[in-house]
Design a protein. Structure first.
Length: 119
């Protein structure tokens, strides 16, 4: 049973930076794709960044050039480095462990960490 836990959220000023961390338990980490999603309001989750088991990354257009996703399989951890933050980056950031990136039935989500960008 995989468990996912995020940390690192908080309050940042526009133009500032935050780094989010996500740790997933279990031996499946190295073969799983990982992703960061944002829930700004309601229940809809928007993809922010994903990283495959081999390190291929994908970003939402709104964060390209500002956010960087990375992973360390020896630590079962994925990070999201967020720079040049904007108020519209505000939301709950959720980490997703995708044991099969083509089948959402095998996704495991964390509870999320809140990011607020405000002056």
């Amino acid at each position: 049973q995989v468990q996912v836990m995020e940390s690192g959220g908080g309050l940042a000023q526009p133009g500032g930076s935050l780094t989010l961390s996500c740790t997933a338990s279990g031996r499946q980490f190295s073969t799983a794709a990982m992703g960061w999603y944002r829930r700004a309001s309601g229940t809809k989750r928007d993809m922010i960044a994903t990283i495959s088991s081999t390190g291929t990354t994908n970003y939402a257009d709104s964060v390209k050039g500002r956010f960087t996703i990375s992973r360390d399989n020896t630590k079962n951890t994925v990070w999201l480095q967020m720079n040049s933050l904007k108020p519209e980056d505000t939301g709950v950031y959720l980490c997703n462990h995708m044991a099969d990136p083509y089948n959402p039935d095998y996704d495991t989500w964390g509870q999320g960490t809140r990011v607020t960008v405000s002056s």
